[in-house]
Structures are given as C-alpha cells and as structure tokens.
Design a protein around this ligand. Structure first.
Ligand code: OGA
Ligand code: MN
Length: 214
C-alpha cells in the first residue's frame, strides 16, 4: 500500500508544523543516511566531544546541574557530516517554499548522553530574543528499550506543567518543533544515548554584525 507519510516525509512534517507546531516522524531518514551518520560517530573519539554548556556566562557547575550531554558540532568539511547538513538543507528549502518560513541557516551537533546524563526542562529559544526558529532532533539508537530511559518529554506551550507527549529516542525518528513554543527535557538515560540536535535560524544580521556567525 502507498504510505504517503513515508513517501513524502517533508510534506508530512510541513503539515504537522502548520497544524500543531510539532512533528514526530519515525523512519524520517533513509537507511543510507543513517548508516553514514553512525559511521561518523564510530570514527569520532571522546576527544572530539565537549561538555555541552547552557550559555556563555554559566559556570561549569551550573551547566552540569542542567545538562550532562557531550557534543560535537557538524561541519561541511567532513564528508559524512555534510550528508546530514545537505539533507537538512533540502528540508530548509522545502519548508521555505511550502510555509514561507524564511529559514536562513542550519546548525547542528551530535550529542552523547552517557549513562546518568539528562537535560532539564528548557526552551531552545525565547520570544523576541532569538533567531533560532525550528528545533530538530534525530535519534541514532538501535533498539532502544523503554526501560533505557532517556525519553524526550515535551510540554504544553500553554501550560508548562502539562506533558504533551513523551518520545522514545528510537533509531531514525525525527522530532521537529517551534523552538520558542515548546518547553522540553531529556529524562535520565540509563544507556549511552546518541542523537543529532539542530536548529534552523533566520538571518538576524543588523548593524554590520553577521548573525548567525559563519
Ligand atoms: C537539546 C535538546 C533533546 C533530545 O539539545 O536542546 O533538547 O531529545 N535535545 O536530545
Ligand atoms: Mn532543547
């Protein structure tokens, strides 16, 4: 049978964003792209991952109370990382044509949550303050069991105490949501958890300062 969601994942994503502001799509990414991303993670060493921060002014201790993941930013100079950045470039073009979102750039990092790691409830962007528009998270965990923890919990934009949905970080699932609308958190992972988080941004350059920076 023809499965329209699998056939046209970009269109399904656009429709979800238009109706609810959030999209959760299993099997969003082709097996070919997924295996290239796994290959890249496998060849990176722990030195290539840095403790993630929450802002320039926060201390290391403050950071560790809020998030414990380790990250590696993707760059076009690496062929395997380019595969993901190019694919998301296609999604950017699609969303701009389809929803006139005016997305300008995409930044993204691998994240490893070692056992015991979490990311407390937070927003990725604040209204009027930001150029991060759309958050994406792709999961790269083969056969993630529900007792492994590490779920993404998304809260209701109108009531930040109410859980909207809980997502298991399963292989190939892509979650996309409006960055300044949905509070979310990552529950404690009991196994090593792999993902790629990313953000589409608009061009907010003013007064000759280039933002986003190159
Ligand atoms: C983030 C984030 C969610 C996830 O990196 O900002 O919220 O499920 N990640 O990894
Ligand atoms: Mn986040």
């Amino acid at each position: 049978m023809l499965d329209l969601d699998l056939e046209f994942p970009f269109e399904k994503l656009a429709q979800d964003l238009q109706t609810t502001g959030i999209s959760i799509l299993p099997n969003f990414v082709s097996p070919d792209i997924l295996s290239k991303l796994e290959l890249r993670i496998a060849e990176l060493s722990s030195d290539d991952f840095k403790q993630a921060g929450i802002g320039r002014l926060a201390s290391h201790e403050q950071n560790k109370k809020i998030r414990r993941d380790k990250i590696h930013w993707l760059d076009t100079s690496n062929e395997l990382e380019s595969v993901w950045l190019n694919y998301m470039g296609e999604l950017k073009a699609y969303l701009n044509r389809r929803l006139f979102m005016g997305l300008f750039s995409y930044e993204s990092h691998f994240a490893i949550y070692p056992p015991g790691a979490f990311y407390k409830k937070h927003m990725d962007a604040f209204k009027g303050k930001t150029n991060r528009i759309l958050t994406t998270v792709l999961y790269l965990n083969q056969s993630w069991a529900s007792d492994n923890g590490g779920e993404l919990v998304v809260y209701n934009p109108d009531n930040h105490d109410e859980i909207l949905t809980t997502v298991l970080p399963s292989y190939g699932t892509l979650v996309t949501f409006l960055s300044d609308e949905f509070p979310h958190e990552v529950l404690v992972a009991n196994e090593k958890r792999y993902s790629i988080a990313g953000w589409f941004r608009v061009n907010a350059s003013i007064n000759h300062s280039i933002d986003p920076p190159k």
